[in-house]
Design a protein around this ligand. Structure first.
Ligand code: NDP
Length: 480
């Protein structure tokens, strides 16, 4: 199967006609090819986008909203096909793609279809000066959206939907490792009546295609989700060009468990927050911190629950844990498990590759739990981004807070407690962009989403996204 670039509403090969292999991680086999695009293809996409901009930015909000809703509805109509495609391309269980990835991609479009009709701007009367100010929020022009492989269509659409809702035209690049659902989205956009050139999707390597988007002199903003190192590299290029930048980066999120919590609910959610999507979610609680009085009980119960998870072929509905996304990523994750003992850690469960029947070359790994005693170890400081969690105990609230904040990342945190004062103290003092209390990954799309510290700059979601994708202009009118 040959995936093509989506430029000006058409499906085209890269200009160089070079191709890259696309893998099915559950089998460890190549199953298709994608265009190995370069800066010429990005230029072609930019030209299509800039040509579409004046008409699209003057399209009424109602029309834009209808088209975005059409896209949302078509995604839901094609739920089964999109979920299978996502599972095959990424290795995630098809059940997860059916329940989370694809419905959320539809919600992204539906949410911004509605939000744009409610997007108001401020006005300020300058009393005594006979003047009135109002704020015009105008689309930026052509913007770049670059997304990672872990939640492919979910994160791709999380950027594209607000960008086009606000009247921009887009040049977008999905991860080269998971291009399939982005390709299918192009077809859906045509069917939904999105005018040609409003969305352009260019496939290829981050270091060539992605970099060409970032370096393009007239692409006005970059919305990027991916690793912290890549984010820093992008910032170094884009900042001196004065581009607007939204960077959603890595995490090393604490999951803080107090003895006064609802234990069963916590245990069930902690299994999910540790291993959903093979632990490849930036929001996964990869550092579990447990109050000393329940530490031994928690360890026993957690290991027992995790041992029941089925690692298997992602296309089977009973599978809990599918394949990791690539051989390279599997090796990276495994390298952390290999240094666990050297770092003073103790593997309580897992740690090994799994051979799945009829999928013997797939990239499977057991869910892995490692007990550590020192927060300075690599396992607790570096983002592993796989089915590996560490656990350690704490004695006091102060110690828990210190451990939680003692990393360079600051994306999300979870606390399990029924104590209101503690909830408020932790909510105020945790250095993360998101704090979940007695839950995990419960998302309301109106809320600001993003990280503190090295987890990113800027916020997405709700009005924040519409503000990012528009330029506020102050208009001051003097009257007599
Ligand atoms: P990468 O940073 O490797 O890649 C992200 C995207 O950027 C991909 O499309 C990649 O292309 C592209 N890219 C790579 N290099 C460049 C470059 N020089 N210029 C422009 N684009 C480039 O991240 P991963 O795909 O490995 O994703 C995992 C990371 O994403 C984790 O760190 C995770 O925490 C983070 N993440 C953060 C989230 C958040 O909301 N904060 C949510 C989800 C993930 P290609 O794949 O082709 O190399």
């Amino acid at each position: 199967m040959k995936i093509k670039n989506y430029i000006n509403g058409e499906f085209v090969n890269s200009i160089s006609n070079n191709w890259l292999d696309n893998y099915n991680p559950s089998l460890g086999e190549v199953y298709g090819e994608i265009p190995n695009s370069d800066s010429k293809d990005v230029e072609k996409a930019y030209q299509a986008a800039v040509k579409a901009f004046s008409k699209w930015s003057n399209t009424t909000l109602e029309e834009r909203s209808i088209i975005l809703s059409n896209i949302a509805n078509l995604i839901l109509e094609k739920l089964d096909d999109l979920a299978s495609a996502e599972s095959k391309d990424n290795g995630k269980p098809v059940s997860l793609a059916m329940q989370v990835d694809i419905p959320r991609a539809a919600s992204n479009f539906q949410f911004f279809a509605n939000a744009i009709t409610q997007f108001a701007s401020e006005s300020h009367e300058s009393v005594g000066l006979d003047a009135v100010n109002f704020t015009l929020r105008q689309p930026l022009g052509v913007v770049g959206c670059i997304s990672p492989w872990n939640l492919p269509l979910y994160l791709f659409t999380w950027k594209i939907a607000p960008a086009i809702a606000a009247g921009n035209c887009v040049v977008a690049k999905p991860s080269e490792v998971t291009p399939m659902t982005a390709f299918l989205l192009g077809k859906i956009c045509n069917e939904a009546g999105l005018p040609n050139g409003v969305l352009n999707i260019v496939h290829g390597l981050g270091t060539t295609t992605g970099q060409a988007i970032v370096e393009h002199p007239y692409i006005k903003a970059i919305s990027f989700t991916g690793g912290t190192k890549t984010g820093a590299h992008i910032a170094r290029i884009a900042a001196p060009m004065f581009k607007k930048l939204s960077l959603e980066l890595g995490g090393k999120n604490p999951n803080i468990i107090f003895s006064d919590c609802d234990y069963n609910k916590m245990l069930e959610t902690t299994v999910r927050s540790s291993f959903a999507n093979q632990g490849q979610i930036c929001l996964c609680g990869s550092r579990i911190l447990v109050e000393e009085s329940i530490f031994e009980k928690f360890k026993k119960d957690f290991v027992q629950k995790v041992s029941q998870l089925k690692v298997g072929n992602p296309s089977e509905k009973s599978t809990d844990i599918g394949a990791l996304v690539s051989q390279q990523h599997l090796e990276k994750v495994k390298s952390y498990i290999d240094i666990a003992e050297q770092e003073g850690g103790k593997i309580l469960y897992g740690g090994n590759r799994v051979e799945v029947m009829n999928c013997k070359n797939g990239y499977y790994l057991q869910p892995t739990i490692i007990e550590v005693s020192n927060n300075n170890c690599k396992l607790n400081q570096e983002e592993i981004f796989g089915p590996v969690v560490t656990i350690m105990s704490f004695k006091t609230d102060e110690e828990a807070l210190w451990l939680a904040n003692d990393v360079k990342y600051g994306l999300s945190s979870t606390i399990w407690t029924n104590n209101l004062n503690r909830t408020m103290q932790f909510s105020k003092q945790l250095q993360t962009g998101i704090v979940w209390v007695n839950t995990w990954m419960l998302r309301d799309l109106r809320t600001p989403f993003g990280g503190a510290k090295e987890s990113g700059v800027g916020r997405e979601g709700g009005l924040e996204a519409l503000c990012f994708f528009t330029e506020p202009k102050n208009v001051c009118i003097k009257y007599n």
